[in-house]
Design a binder for this molecule. Structure first.
Ligand SMILES: *[C@@H]1O[C@H](CO)[C@@H](O)[C@H](O)[C@H]1NC(C)=O
Length: 127
C-alpha cells in the first residue's frame, strides 16, 4: 500500500518545525579586542569569532564550538538593524557578566547588523 500524500506532508511539516526549534533566541553585543582569549590564550583565532556569556560558557566546554548566528530584530529604538545575513562563528572567549547571550566580534556583528544598534536579537544554532 502506498503511503498517503498527506502523511508525507505532515512528516515534512513536523521536520521543518523541529529544525526551526533547534535555533535558540538570544541577544548579541560586540567586542573588539580578540587576543588573548579565554579559550586560546595568546594564539589568534582570526575575527570570525564570538565570546560566550556566563549562560553558555559551561566551564569552557563551549570553546571551539561553531554557531550559525542570525540577526532577528532590534532590542532598542534603532529600527531595522538586521542586514539579513547570517554568520558562522567559532567560540573563542568568555564574556563574564555579559548581559547578552553572545558577544560577537565587531566584524561579525557588523555583517549581520548595523553596529549603531549595539545590541540585537539573534537566533543561534550549533552546527
Ligand atoms: C544559518 O542560518 C540561516 C538562517 O536560518 C540559514 O539561511 C543559513 O543557511 C545557515 N547557514 C549555515 C551554514 O548553516
Amino acid at each position: 500500500m502506498a503511503i498517503p500524500k498527506n502523511i508525507i506532508l505532515i512528516i515534512v511539516f513536523v521536520a521543518t518545525l523541529f529544525s526551526i526549534a533547534l535555533a535558540t533566541p538570544g541577544t548579541a553585543t560586540f567586542y573588539t579586542n580578540y587576543v588573548p582569549s579565554a579559550c586560546y590564550g595568546s594564539t589568534p583565532q582570526g575575527s570570525i569569532i564570538a565570546a560566550a556569556s556566563d549562560f553558555l560558557w559551561d566551564d569552557g566546554k563551549i570553546c571551539g564550538k561553531i554557531f550559525n548566528v542570525t540577526c532577528t530584530g532590534p532590542t532598542n529604538p534603532v529600527p531595522h538593524p538586521c542586514t539579513g545575513k547570517s554568520m558562522v562563528v567559532k567560540i573563542v572567549d568568555h564574556c563574564p557578566g555579559c548581559g547578552g547571550t553572545l558577544d560577537l566580534s565587531k566584524e561579525v556583528f557588523s555583517t549581520i547588523a548595523n553596529p549603531i544598534a549595539g545590541v540585537i536579537k539573534i537566533d543561534y544554532v550549533q552546527i
